[in-house]
Design a protein around this ligand. Structure first.
Ligand code: IDP
Ligand code: MG
Length: 168
């Protein structure tokens, strides 16, 4: 068994329904460690990049609206990295099937997901499907210094003329 990292997103429906605590409790059953966490206001660019593999699906536009929080009061998601043995499979198992109506009712998606009248699967949580996706997704949502374990190589780069937002 390999030491892996996996990206978890608590999607906007999960935040609007105040499910964050419940979902994190369920994930703690895996005994994996949280290696990173942040609240993210999702831009269209980030949403489209995250779901790039699904761009030809008929539900793609709705999916982008969903993950950006356009369908909910909360225009944000909670992004986390879980770290440990077999992390990808363990988290996917506890999430349950993509379709919340088919997911085991004891899984997170089975318990908290629904299919909207427009047909989108609002399933409360995202979890990386395989090691390649996990690496791509973690690198998309986090900078190296935000993740406490370094399982992917890093490099130092020199920046010139950096602008950053500071308190006025
Ligand atoms: P996954 O989240 O279980 O990995 P993906 O196929 O990667 O499933 O799809 C990403 C997300 O798109 C799903 O979590 C769900 O919110 C939505 N989705 C997937 N398939 C469908 C569908 O057939 N109809 C509506 N929404 C879907
Ligand atoms: Mg997927």
């Amino acid at each position: 068994m390999a030491i892996e990292q996996t990206l978890v997103l608590i999607k906007p429906d999960g935040l609007t329904k105040s499910l964050t605590g419940n979902i994190l409790s369920r994930l703690s059953e895996t005994r994996l460690e949280i290696a990173a966490a942040r609240i993210v206001a999702v831009t269209r660019e980030l949403a489209e990049e995250h779901y790039a593999q699904l761009k030809d699906e008929p539900f793609f536009d709705e999916l982008i609206n969903y993950i950006m929080g356009e369908l909910h009061e909360r225009r944000r998601v909670m992004a986390l990295v879980y770290h440990g043995e077999d992390a990808i499979k363990k988290v996917r198992e506890i999430c349950g099937d993509t379709n919340p109506e088919e997911a085991d009712p004891r899984s997170i998606r089975g318990a908290y997901g629904r299919i909207t009248t427009s047909g989108i699967y609002e399933n409360a949580i995202h979890a990386s499907a395989n090691p390649e996706d996990a690496e791509r997704e973690i690198k998309l949502w986090f900078r190296p210094k935000e993740v406490v374990y370094r399982i992917y190589p890093v490099q130092e780069i020199e920046l010139e003329e950096v602008k950053r937002l500071d308190w006025a």
